[in-house]
Design a protein around this ligand. Structure first.
Ligand code: AMP
Length: 200
């Protein structure tokens, strides 16, 4: 399975991406996690990304695209991938399309998580308290939501035009949302009942 997950911060993409990668036995590639690990290790990539992350801005396309292209060349991506947090701009989506077209392995689906702003703010405030993520401070959260609306939301139409888009109602228990996603991806479970597919 080759899948991208789109959605504003707090929409539950990360949680679902982990479940889906397990379900499809493919790689879970979360760009935010890769950046945070690099910041923690003090690598050059981490230093390049940190100021943008702290402000709630996007890391420049060329940095992110180079990082993701390198990651997709790893062996564990041969069986497919769930890309969580990438693409976030039309430029990034086009770079991904070009790479996958070159390999003859196009994207199979794009999931877009739908959650009201009120629910997002509630969840993000909880996450800030629990995980001490600097970029979950309230002002930064609002900025990240704006950045999503301006830079990333156009990708919904981008993938809709390519007939790859599946909208996901992101409100509910984690297992409920996973079930909805699997139910909406008919090729995803080999035609099995989604509940059975989830049970393993
Ligand atoms: P996330 O954990 O996905 O919310 O990402 C945390 C931060 O990492 C974002 O606010 C951006 O600063 C940066 N980041 C992650 N993925 C991307 C991307 N595809 N393009 C640009 N910046 C990104």
């Amino acid at each position: 399975m080759r899948l991208v997950v789109l959605g504003p911060p707090g929409a539950g993409k990360g949680t679902q991406a982990v479940k889906l990668a397990e379900q499809f036995a493919c790689a879970d590639v979360a760009t935010g996690d890769i950046f945070r690990a690099n910041v923690a290790e003090g690598t050059e990539l981490g230093r390049a990304a940190q100021e943008y992350m702290d402000r709630g801005d996007l890391v420049p396309d060329e940095v992110v695209i180079a990082m993701v292209m390198e990651r997709l060349a790893s062996d564990d991506c041969d069986s497919g991938f769930v890309l969580d947090g990438f693409p976030r701009t039309v430029n990034q989506a086009e770079a991904l399309d070009r790479r996958l077209a070159g390999l003859g392995t196009p994207l199979e689906a794009a999931l877009s998580f739908d959650v009201t702003e009120e629910e997002l703010l509630r969840r993000l405030a909880g996450r800030a308290a629990a995980q001490h993520r600097a970029d979950d401070a309230e002002q930064t959260i609002r900025h990240r939501l704006e950045v999503f609306a301006i830079k990333t939301r156009p990708l919904i139409d981008y993938y809709r035009h390519r007939r790859l888009l599946t909208m996901v109602d992101g409100v509910g228990r984690v297992e409920e949302v996973t079930g909805r996603i699997l139910g909406g991806l008919p090729s995803a479970n080999g035609g099995r009942d989604p509940a059975l597919a989830l049970a393993g």
